[in-house]
Design a protein. Structure first.
Length: 64
């Protein structure tokens, strides 16, 4: 029974999503403005870092 997949109807999934969303909103309302500011600043810094990131692709030569 531990490994059985939980199968929910679309209505149940939607209801579960709505409940989860409300829990997150309630938690967010409990945060102070300073906490909200620091979280937003961290997200903005991360966004800038990812925008400036460059990915380099190279192949490894196995004939060493």
């Amino acid at each position: 029974m531990e490994n059985e997949a939980l199968i929910l109807s679309e209505e149940e999934q939607h209801q579960l999503y709505e409940e989860s969303e409300m829990v997150l909103l309630r938690k967010a309302l409990l945060r102070t403005p300073e906490e909200r500011f620091t979280v937003m600043a961290q997200l903005m810094k991360r966004s800038l870092m990812l925008k400036s990131a460059k990915v380099k692709h190279f192949t490894i030569n196995p004939k060493y």
